[in-house]
Design a protein. Structure first.
Length: 192
């Protein structure tokens, strides 16, 4: 059985991004060292055309990522991250991007396919919702309920997160909630 056939079975004969069933083909999620089921997705022609000319993304088409970003397959997660990153000026895309959790290796792979200007800033201070600068080891409080999709729970407003860690992205911090280390958006936090 060929790779395309394996991927079609995995995808249920649907585009792994938008679920369209027409004009399906294999798309290699670069950069890769070898082409296999862990480095490719099945996409429809509309998705493929937009991915290949990322300057003309139809934001309405990509609302489908609110389902596909939770795929168990890493190449689908990576493509979802990349497309949401390119659409981050759209409030709905920014919200989905903030919810999407990728492990460190997968996140590096996803970022490797983005233009340089889409990389997070370095050297900028991390600020809470009030504009107060956060530092390594600070404690913060959540100012709204946040769904932790990968953790399967909701972090409640008012939850205290102690001993935070700063990340390379000044918009995010890491901390433990319910005993699980997660990435939190600094704009949803208040320094305690």
């Amino acid at each position: 059985m060929g790779l395309v056939d394996q991927l079609l079975i995995r995808a249920g004969s649907k585009c792994e991004l938008c679920s369209d069933t027409n004009n399906l083909s294999l798309y290699e999620v670069q950069p890769i060292t070898k082409i296999d089921e862990n480095s490719a997705v099945i996409v429809c022609q509309k998705c493929k055309d937009q991915i290949e000319s990322a300057t003309s993304l139809d934001a309405h088409h990509w609302h489908c990522l609110n389902a596909s970003m939770w795929s168990e397959f890493l190449p689908v997660q990576v493509m979802s991250y990349r497309i949401l990153s390119l659409l981050k000026e759209e409030p709905w895309a920014r919200d989905l991007l903030e919810q999407l959790y990728l492990d460190e290796g997968t996140l590096e792979w996803a970022k490797a396919g983005l233009p340089e200007e889409d990389e997070p800033e370095t050297g900028a201070p991390t600020l809470d919702s009030n504009g107060t600068q956060l530092a390594e080891g600070d404690s913060v409080t959540l100012i709204k309920d946040l769904d932790v999709k990968g953790g399967g729970f909701t972090a409640k407003r008012g939850t205290l997160v102690k001993n935070i860690s700063l990340t390379n992205n000044p918009k995010h911090i890491e901390g433990k909630v319910n005993g699980i280390q997660i990435v939190l958006v600094a704009a949803f936090l208040k320094k305690a």
